[in-house]
Design a protein around this ligand. Structure first.
Ligand code: NAP
Ligand code: HSE
Length: 441
């Protein structure tokens, strides 16, 4: 930082000038004076260097082309840069940038959940070693301050559950498929055009973007490192219009849901999958790019956090808040921040032991006795049936192949998988059963 007349000037090195990076530049231009006043009239911030992959690309008019470089070291190591913002994404170069910044004593602000979920243990160890903070509010739920909530506002609570919708792209796609009857690819194209999706949207649709965020939340809430390899993740690629329609008929909506729950024995349930949520539950009305996280703390009780979970301005809002906090940390050293492993005995609940009710759709050859054959296997495994449903195709009431839905009472997921394997082996079942959890939130 440089000082003049008691005013402290912070130089920012911005790695990445895409959707979010451009949003940060615009937010600082729009509200720089407001931020200065809110911070006691003595703090100014200015972007000094900007890392991009292609410096010749045409960019938003807010971006000063003379600051662009393709040399990451020129950004991180520039003496005029005091704070480093990493917004390039990925876990390779982004790691090098963050690690080098920490080594140089420069606080880091990142929105990169993949980096922190995959390599956070290494990076937070570096943060601790160099006593330099990593701020990552933008990494989870876009503009919603959920990281600060878990780390600060609810630090005095034992959190028994954090459940919610934490991927804007998939929530947008599900709503557009459901309400506008768009096909999956068209809905995804819209989410990309709106700046919600990752550069590679695979992570949005296969559930892993949300899983990375859930890992960060669970790690902060329960204090032990969680390996992505131990997390059960199902994306929205398997969601078909037929399941959305069945859900509607049965009084549910389909949501990509993160479920994090602490059990009485201390085991932490952590899973990510498209689930049936009752139409009457508050999460059912979280639509489009909006995210919501429902937290239960032993002191605060139920609390709900709602807002835009992706997109340029909401995400930049979180980055700018972190920039101010990081600048403050340079004035009054805060040292290490982020994940502190405090629960040495922490453990995840095996996915096989997690319990919910289920919706299972079978593609069957319609002949007398089919329902009984499936029901027999379920009964053998002591899995209760709460309902069955099979729509008649009015154009072909005698169709040989039909979709048959079973609604099942709550049972362990492992038990269900065993039963479904046996059912899939029956002659009358034509393809792998499609399973959705029915969540009791
Ligand atoms: P983006 O639009 O794809 O922008 C990425 C930027 O990084 C571009 O400016 C790109 O340069 C630059 N870049 C990428 N790889 C590079 C490399 N190897 N060397 C130099 N520059 C490189 O991505 P984004 O949507 O802004 O997301 C950035 C990060 O924020 C990601 O970690 C993402 O997960 C996270 N995030 C995004 C959102 C959102 O709503 N989009 C919300 C929360 C968090 P060019 O411009 O030259 O291509
Ligand atoms: N691709 C992410 C989403 C961006 O759609 O939620 C916000 O992290």
């Amino acid at each position: 930082m440089t000082s003049s007349n008691n005013e402290k000037n912070f130089g920012i090195g911005l790695a990445g000038c895409g959707t979010v990076g451009t949003g940060v530049i615009r937010a600082l231009q729009r509200n720089g004076e407001l931020i200065r006043q809110r911070t006691g009239g003595q703090m100014t911030m200015a972007v000094k260097r900007v890392l991009v992959r292609d410096a010749t690309k045409s960019r938003d008019e807010a971006v000063d082309a003379t600051m662009l470089t393709t040399d990451w070291r020129a950004v991180v190591e520039d003496p005029a840069v005091h704070l480093v913002v990493e917004l390039i994404g990925g876990t390779g170069l982004a790691f090098e940038i963050v690690a080098r910044a920490l080594e140089l004593g420069k606080p880091v602000i990142t929105g990169n959940k993949a980096l922190l979920a995959e390599r956070g243990v290494e990076l937070f160890a570096l943060s601790k070693k160099h006593q330099v903070p990593i701020h990552f509010e933008a990494a989870v739920a876009g503009g919603i301050p959920i990281i600060k909530t878990v780390q600060e506002a609810f630090v005095g609570n034992r959190m028994t559950a954090l459940c919610g919708i934490i991927n804007g792209t998939s929530n947008y796609i599900l709503q557009r498929m459901s309400e506008a009857r768009l096909d999956f690819q068209t809905a995804l194209g819209e989410a990309q055009a709106l700046g919600y999706a990752e550069a590679d949207p695979t992570l949005d649709v296969n559930g892993w973007d949300a899983a990375h965020k859930a890992i960060l939340l669970a790690t902060l809430a329960y204090g032990f490192p969680i390996s992505p390899a131990d997390v059960h993740v199902v994306g929205i690629e398997q969601v078909k219009p037929i399941d959305i329609d069945f859900a509607k008929q049965l009084g549910y909506v389909v949501k990509l849901l993160a479920v994090i729950r602490e059990h009485a024995d201390g085991a932490v349930e952590l899973r990510l999958q498209p689930s049936f949520v009752s139409k009457t539950h508050i999460l059912a009305s979280v639509n489009g790019v909006f995210n919501a996280v429902a937290v239960h703390g032993d002191g605060v009780g139920d609390a709900l956090f709602y807002g835009r979970g992706a997109g340029q301005d909401p995400t930049a809002s979180a980055v700018v808040a972190d920039l101010v906090e990081a600048a403050r940390s340079l004035c009054h050293a805060q040292g290490h921040r982020g994940f502190l492993p405090w629960a040495a005995q922490g453990r995840l609940l095996p996915i096989e032991d997690t319990k919910t009710a289920y919706y299972v759709r079978f593609d069957v050859t319609d002949r007398p006795g089919v329902i009984a054959e499936i029901a027999r296997v379920l009964a053998d495994h002591r899995i209760g049936i709460s309902g069955t449903h099979s729509p008649v195709n009015p154009e072909n009431p005698d169709a040989a192949f039909v979709d048959m839905v079973f609604l099942l009472h709550s049972c362990p997921f492992g038990l269900l998988q065993t039963a479904l394997k046996e059912i899939f082996a029956l002659d009358c079942v034509n393809s792998e059963p499609v399973v959705f959890r029915i969540e009791q939130l």
